[in-house]
Design a protein around this ligand. Structure first.
Ligand code: ADP
Ligand code: MG
Length: 706
């Protein structure tokens, strides 16, 4: 192979010991060539460079120890195990093996010297190590210790650490004679004082003897940061490219008729807050452009996002286009239907309606109105995006209360939008047209996280609540004091207030959750015979849900026992007390959402977090955050610290935004320069963008279909 061949052109089979079957295994985890191997970076390191005295061991420590065997016996406990006592000059420790054979026992003779490597844990009688790696020491031939930290690679089935290590070391040899593309332009590297790529890779796969162990273990070493930067850059670029691809299609410019807007505003029973007015103007500016808007509105619970969305739909209507509003639940869609109907119909705008639970005849009527364009604004649930729905001319999609959305979800919506627009578009221009997109969320994302996770979206923040709200007081109470809480509900309702009692379950089962709520409703009915109690859960027919919600809104019910179906958007200003059972089971963002159902009127509101005791330390911390703050941004920031970005973004399960070396939280300080470098690359080095993405995210990412 000639010297000008670069490592990305050399297949893994060039390495010693890599045949067809190993190559297949490597391909499964996206490792095809030597560059891929070198970018399969250690997740962490183990320190096998020194022997730790037994007395200095702590629980959950990975350590090398050396000592003399003081005894070895088979113990018949719950499970048969072989137990070895090991002693050094400072103390002793138990080694425990559940899988062992006779030959092993023979070699572990009392008096023999042993070097052991493993993780300590607390056992019933002091520290133990389960299944350590061990070597019998021979005084005549002392074993060398490792010279440098041992890298630990991401675990993969069928590939041992030892195997991954030798592959990496072999690839490093090739690195001495073959080039690796440096993809960061000098302008970026020099400005950031970045080391060369080869140097960083060599260091990380084989840390030298004098490396700063602590920095490496913490992922803060400059070489790690250098690669983390490039990885974050790759993610950022992929989102920017996505945006560019979407915006390569045009959109129809939408401009609101100002008389229509004036009338709309005049009819409202309130004045827009400054924040609402600002965000409305930002949206209007986007809609006026012939490019599809991609905008995310973050606004805390109760900040008044609905009216902002309604104002956006006026632009579509003025321009003879349709707007679709998608809500996550039937209850919320229903509520939007009422609000939009009340706001838009007096202006002569026809509001259509589509959910999965419509009767056949009604559905047919609605579909016809949507297809003919008679329905100018259409409210609905996910049903709006089914194949059978045809819009006459869709110009704007609003997605409300979107809490968890990774890139894939966003993409699939955008794709559906494009398809909808394509089936609807009557114009014959060559350019594909996409509807504008507005995404609204009440789950604020901390700024740095938003910057990298939503680089493809423009963000607006409604950072102000309408005037006249009184803050919610939150208390955390053990369910041992349930009686007192019930009494509190009685007193509150006696004063003419209304209350929610929310039942939660861990199982994602509507059936079980409904049952639990049913039981609670019955118990509360016995305890509070004077109250009018309603029950609402996901198993009810949508007409039943509507009836109950309407009765609660009309103050014909005092107490609404509910499951988390009321989590988002439900708006009943007279409800001022909420009890949440087992709040420790829910995420902070979800609790914040639920709690946001109260505190919507002028009356002082209360939220009781009725936990099942005993609470773990972690749960206590989380509930403390809820008690101390009602600021969605602060809560999100805490949630991020307690649960990590994957959970907060809702992307952990989907495996999205998983990094090889970067950590969104630890490396947050890199994000501003990542952002800066990304726009520089997009404008001046477009050919490098694809290469960086491909190196870090794989080929498939470069050619995402949007
Ligand atoms: P969210 O942002 O949680 O979706 P909503 O749009 O449901 O909030 O608004 C919450 C409540 O505040 C509604 O009753 C709405 O009518 C009211 N509201 C919205 N904007 C204002 C305002 N500028 N002044 C007073 N009340 C408002
Ligand atoms: Mg809302």
């Amino acid at each position: 192979m000639n010297q000008s061949t670069t490592l990305d052109q050399i297949p893994v089979t060039a390495l010693k010991g890599v045949g067809g079957s190993l190559a297949t295994k490597l391909a499964k985890i996206g490792l095809f060539n030597l560059q891929d191997i070198l970018f399969h970076l250690p997740l962490r390191y183990m320190d096998r460079t020194r022997v730790t005295p037994i007395a200095a061991l702590q629980p959950n420590m990975n350590a090398v120890i050396e000592g003399e065997i003081r005894g070895c016996e088979i113990v018949f406990g719950k499970r048969r195990s072989m137990v070895v006592r090991l002693q050094d000059a400072t103390g002793n420790i138990t080694l425990r093996f559940y899988h062992f054979n006779n030959a092993q026992k023979q070699r572990l003779q009392t008096g023999a010297g042993l070097r052991v490597f493993g993780e300590t844990r607390r056992g019933s009688a002091g520290l133990e190590i389960y299944h350590p790696e061990y070597e019998v020491l021979d005084e005549a031939a002392p074993l060398p210790l490792e010279q440098s930290l041992t890298p630990i690679y991401p675990a993969t089935e069928g590939l041992t650490q030892a195997r991954l290590r030798t592959l990496a070391l072999q690839s490093l040899h090739w690195l001495a004679t073959h080039a690796l593309h440096e993809l960061l332009p000098d302008a970026v590297r020099i400005k950031l004082h970045q080391s060369s790529l080869a140097e960083a890779l060599r260091f990380l796969h084989q840390p030298p003897v004098n490396a700063n162990t602590q920095l490496l273990m913490d992922g803060e070493h400059p070489f790690q940061q250098r690669l983390a930067f490039e990885e974050l850059l790759a993610h950022h670029l992929s989102l920017l490219l996505l945006r560019r691809q979407i915006q390569a299609d045009g959109a129809v410019s939408l401009i609101t008729n100002s008389n229509l807007r004036q009338t709309f505003l005049k009819n409202l029973p309130f004045k827009l807050t400054k924040a609402q007015a600002r965000v409305t103007a930002e949206i209007a500016a986007d809609l006026a452009k012939p490019l599809p808007m991609l905008r995310l509105i973050q606004g805390d619970v109760g900040s008044g996002k609905t009216v902002v969305a309604a104002l956006a739909t006026l632009a579509a209507v003025t321009s003879g286009k349709q707007a679709a509003i998608m809500a996550p639940t039937e209850i919320l869609a229903e509520q939007h239907r009422l609000n939009f109907g009340r706001w838009l119909e007096p202006l002569g705008i026809k509001v259509g309606w589509l959910t999965g639970k419509l009767k056949v005849g009604e559905r047919r009527t609605q579909l016809a109105a949507i297809a003919s364009g008679e329905a100018q604004v259409v409210i609905g649930t996910h049903a709006l995006f089914q194949d059978t729905v045809e819009f006459a001319d869709l110009g704007l999609i609003v997605i409300d209360e979107q809490h968890r959305f990774g890139v894939h979800q966003r993409l699939s919506l955008s794709r559906k939008g494009a398809v909808l627009a394509a089936t609807s578009s009557t114009n014959n221009s060559i350019h594909a047209m996409r509807p504008h997109q507005l995404i609204m969320t009440a789950t604020p994302i901390p700024r740095t996280l938003a910057m990298s996770a939503y680089a493809d979206l423009d963000c607006s923040v409604i950072d102000e609540l309408p005037p006249g709200r009184t803050p919610i007081t939150t208390v955390v109470i053990s369910d041992k004091r349930r009686e007192e809480v019930i009494e509190r509900v009685r007193l509150g309702c006696a004063e003419g207030r209304q209350a929610y009692w929310v039942c939660t379950l861990i199982e994602e089962s509507e059936v079980l959750e409904a049952q639990a709520a049913q039981v609670t409703a019955e118990t509360l009915a016995l305890a509070l015979p004077q109250l009018r109690i309603g029950l609402i859960h996901g198993r009810l027919k949508s007409a039943e849900k509507e009836t109950i919600m309407a009765a609660f809104k009309a103050n014909e019910l005092d107490l609404l026992v509910a499951t988390t179906v009321i989590e988002v958007g439900v708006d009943v200003p007279n409800a001022s007390l909420m009890i949440i059972e087992n709040p420790e089971r829910l995420g902070l963002a979800q609790l914040h959402q639920l709690r946001g159902r109260v505190g919507r009127g002028a009356i002082a509101s209360h939220c009781v977090l009725l936990y099942g005791s005993p609470l773990s330390h972690h749960s206590k911390e989380r509930l403390r955050v809820m008690r101390e703050s009602s600021d969605g941004f602060y809560i999100a920031q805490q949630d991020l610290q307690l649960r990590g970005p994957g959970e907060v973004l809702g992307t952990r399960q989907t495996g999205e935004m998983q990094f090889k070396i970067a950590d969104l939280q630890r490396d947050a300080d890199l994000l501003p320069s990542v952002k800066h470098a990304a726009s520089l690359l997009m404008s001046q080095y477009p050919e490098l963008c694809h290469k960086i993405i491909e190196r870090w995210l794989g080929k498939s990412h470069v050619y995402l279909q949007v």
